[in-house]
Design a binder for this molecule. Structure first.
Ligand code: AMP
Length: 410
């Protein structure tokens, strides 16, 4: 195959990340990457870096809505407005999407009909889906003729057991598509990809970033994962409750209801509480950022200590649950900003897990960038592996372009 310039678009609730790769014959080269961050504020951030990490532009524009943010991205990709930025003619675009809902399970070519279908399930991820849908429509409009593909985080978890997928709720709601979809699928997939051809049979991967989740993987396929219908479930994370007694949410909802009249308004406020103001931020009352919390702990802050202890305790409990589910563990992988960088979190999570076959080597754990951090003779290997989500998207796009080409020759 000759080389294919692929644009990767990855939007969050307040940011749009983009990167251009040159993909050809197994090689993947990043040509540039950039981010428009702080959507909804009058001082956002917009930067672009070249292949060696040199900043080509770095600005603080007002980004009142996603439209201004995506307009900047589009201008950058067209080159004119940012002369330093050279972008080859795009061959394909890959969009990251958290979940496709119950009907869109496979990664595939985006059509207007497919977007309409995914939009039906916006209520499942109101913080993530609307911006992703907007960007897909804009990309189809602005880059006519360039094939667009959706790459789902939920794709990797399509193999989870029905027992893990079904929520214990009445059938009428399950029939509306309410189930466990999981998230961070592209990250998990990329870890499995990086472990090939020696993927251990019983693998647990902890993706610990500002959003945190953990997955049980059997022979390379997801069998269970901590996030549920939305990324708010599962582990405690930066600003999210994780799994919680539903009675707590009902209590908060009723409290909110005393101030707000409309159901939708109250539900939106509850979502803000559970997904944006809870977790490490809620308990510490200080920050959702692990670096801030570690500093505060050094200064003797008790709430920061409690928040971090709660975080590592939940991760430990899920590891125990997944060891039980997998019948043992051959490898534990840490990934995500905290998983890759926070030595203390890794040590605290693994402390006392010897009985499960997980024995960390304290010295190896301290070496920055160390791949293997388990002790010699630890029954399970413990590794640190950075995720490569964008590369996974490029791989999916290349595969799907290939199958389209084959399809068109038939
Ligand atoms: P992510 O969402 O994967 O970018 O991860 C963000 C989280 O990783 C934040 O809580 C950061 O504080 C944390 N993090 C990043 N670098 C470090 C570091 N060197 N030490 C501790 N935590 C870190």
């Amino acid at each position: 195959m000759h080389s294919l310039p692929v644009l990767v678009l990855n939007s969050g609730s307040s940011s749009i990340k983009f990167a251009v790769y040159e993909a050809g014959d197994g090689a993947r080269t990043q040509l540039l990457e950039g981010t428009a961050d702080g959507i909804g504020t009058d001082q956002g951030q917009f930067w672009i870096k070249d292949a060696v990490g040199k900043k080509l532009t770095d600005e603080t524009p007002a980004l009142p809505t996603r439209a201004e943010a995506f307009a900047l991205v589009e201008q950058a990709l067209r080159g004119g407005a940012f002369p330093a930025v050279e972008v080859p003619e795009l061959g394909a675009i890959g969009h990251r999407m958290v979940s496709g809902g119950p009907t869109v399970v496979e990664n595939q070519r985006i059509t207007p009909e497919l977007i309409d279908e995914m939009e039906k399930y916006t209520a499942f991820a109101p913080l993530h889906t609307p911006i992703a849908i907007y960007i897909m429509r804009e990309a189809l409009r602005l880059f006519p003729g360039v094939p667009n593909f959706v790459c789902l985080d939920s794709y990797f978890h399509r193999t989870i057991a029905p027992m893990a997928a079904r929520m214990p709720i009445p059938e009428e709601y399950a029939a509306m598509g309410v189930r466990r979809y999981g998230a961070h699928g592209l990250s998990y997939e990329s870890i499995v990809h990086q472990l090939q051809p020696r993927v251990p049979e019983r693998l647990i991967v902890a993706h610990l970033g500002n959003g945190a989740s953990i997955s049980a993987i059997w022979r390379g396929a997801s069998v269970d994962t901590s996030m549920g219908l939305t990324p708010t479930g599962g582990l405690i994370s930066g600003t999210r409750t994780g799994d919680i007694d539903p009675g707590v949410l009902l209590f908060i909802l009723r409290k909110i209801g005393e101030q707000k009249t409309g159901t939708a308004e109250a539900a939106n406020e509850l979502e803000r509480v559970a997904a944006k103001r809870a977790g490490l931020l809620g308990v510490s009352g200080l920050s959702n950022d692990m670096r801030d919390l570690r500093q505060a702990i050094k200064a003797g802050d008790k709430e920061a200590r409690l928040a971090v202890d709660q975080f590592t305790w939940t991760v430990k409990k899920w590891i125990g649950a997944f060891v039980a589910e997998l019948g043992g563990v051959d490898m534990l992988v840490f990934t995500g900003g905290i998983g890759e960088n926070d030595i203390d979190s890794r040590a605290e999570i693994c402390a006392g897990l010897d009985a499960l076959g997980i024995v960390l080597d304290a010295e190896r754990n301290k070496v920055r960038g160390a791949a293997v951090i388990s002790a010699e003779g630890s029954p399970a290997e413990v590794r640190v592996i950075p995720p490569a989500e964008e590369l996974m998207i490029v791989n999916h796009v290349v595969r799907l372009m290939g199958s389209e080409a084959v399809g068109s020759r038939q």
